[in-house]
Design a protein around this ligand. Structure first.
Ligand SMILES: Nc1ncnc2c1ncn2[C@@H]1O[C@H](COP(=O)(O)OP(=O)(O)O)[C@@H](O)[C@H]1O
Ligand SMILES: [Mg+2]
Length: 366
């Protein structure tokens, strides 16, 4: 007969058994505000993979954010679209937020109190990793006015660096202005052309995602954001050798690359396109009214999407890539659709963007 286990031994036995899970440690790391918009303020702890979007309003729009985020995520995955969208970990109602979150993480309540009326609704998502220090320094050196550069380089807020890609704007400035922020840094098309940066893949990922949001998720994609951030996981800087390659060596060989011992020398984050912010996204019905809604949402968005009818060859190329990728993806999504009027909607959307640009040009000329 084995001796009866003490309370501590029973606990150890439970935790060491496969699947055993230790209770969470009290978490006292501070939270920082990493971003804010009109609906929410977003908080995260340094090094943590979670982002907490706290509602700043009494409206219901954070619940809509959750509904649309998860639907669009599912549709992008179902159609194998090559864009990143944060994982959605869960939603907390305002009336549950004290017991579920704020009482347990007073540091979050402390950070949020000045910005939000607590308790408030919370959406917990995967944090998009910021772009790394080398990129942040290069962006600051190139685009920040010299007299505020030292402050910009030292400002911890600039560590939360995401870059908005404005393929539809040539209005980017360099080196002017009183303020400089790497939070949602706006990279305009004239910057992109000046850097000879090939963003065709970004353009195609944007177009495919928009087609999915329109025709698979059946939404107007209003006010969504496209940003460059870092990859969710680290990838190896050099390819690993396969077992066959190692066995083919005649004798022992060095296979570790000549870098430092730090794992950051060995693994790196890569720049990726992310899609976020779904609180203003509205459902559409597949009928004639949809077109007006889609065009109006498209015009209201920040200028992420390339514009038609522009003379610059790079811009023209981007628009052609955008329109082709959008129409191809829409055709795939709607391949089983029998109603011919519905099938025409994607090309009518593209035509509507072209004709409104013609009208704009004519009005300018007169
Ligand atoms: N999951 C996330 N990871 C990293 N940064 C984020 C994340 N979600 C939002 N942000 C940052 O916070 C800002 C505000 O969040 P957003 O969802 O756009 O709020 P709003 O609906 O108020 O515009 C974003 O523009 C972005 O810079
Ligand atoms: Mg936003």
């Amino acid at each position: 007969m084995p001796a009866p286990l003490s309370q501590q031994d029973r606990e150890l036995q439970k935790l060491l058994s496969l699947g055993g899970a230790a209770p969470p440690e009290p978490n006292s790391y501070p939270f920082n505000k990493i971003g804010a918009g009109s609906c929410g303020a977003v908080f995260a702890q340094p090094g943590s993979a979670l982002a907490f979007k706290l509602s700043k309003t009494t409206e219901f729009s954070l619940w809509n954010d959750y509904l649309q985020h998860t639907r669009i995520r599912d549709m992008l995955r179902a159609h194998n679209i090559d864009i990143n969208i944060p994982d959605c970990h869960g939603y907390i109602r305002a009336e549950d937020a004290a017991a579920t979150l704020f009482d347990k993480t007073p540091a979050l309540a402390d950070a949020a109190r000045d910005v939000c009326h607590l308790p408030t609704r919370v959406l917990v998502t995967q944090r998009i990793n910021p772009l790394p220090p080398t990129i942040r320094t290069l962006l600051t050196n190139k685009y920040c006015a010299p007299r505020i550069k030292a402050n910009a380089l030292a400002d911890p807020a600039n560590r939360d660096c995401l870059v908005r890609v404005y393929l539809g704007s040539m209005a980017g400035k360099t080196g002017g202005g009183m303020f400089f922020s790497l939070r949602n840094f706006k990279l305009h098309l004239n910057h992109i052309i000046d850097l000879q940066l090939n963003l065709r893949n970004v353009c195609v990922q944007m177009a495919r995602s928009l087609a999915i949001m329109h025709w698979a998720a059946r939404t107007d994609a209003r006010d969504v954001e496209f940003v460059l951030g870092s990859s969710a996981g680290l990838s190896r800087r050099t390819p690993a050798f396969s077992s066959a390659e190692i066995h083919a060596f005649a004798t022992e060989a060095t296979t570790f690359p000549s870098v430092g011992p730090d794992e950051r020398d060995f693994f790196c984050s890569t720049t990726q396109l992310w899609l976020l912010d779904f609180n203003l996204v509205q459902d559409i019905e597949l009928n004639d009214n949809a077109l007006d809604k889609l065009v109006s949402a498209h015009n209201a968005n920040d200028p992420y999407y390339p514009k038609p009818c522009q003379e610059h060859p790079v811009v023209e190329g981007l628009w052609n890539d955008f329109a082709t990728a959008y129409l191809d993806t829409a055709a795939l999504v709607l391949q089983n659709e029998e109603d011919s009027k519905t099938l025409e909607l994607p090309s009518r959307f593209i035509e509507a963007l072209i004709s409104q640009e013609h009208v704009k040009k004519q009005t300018k000329e007169h």
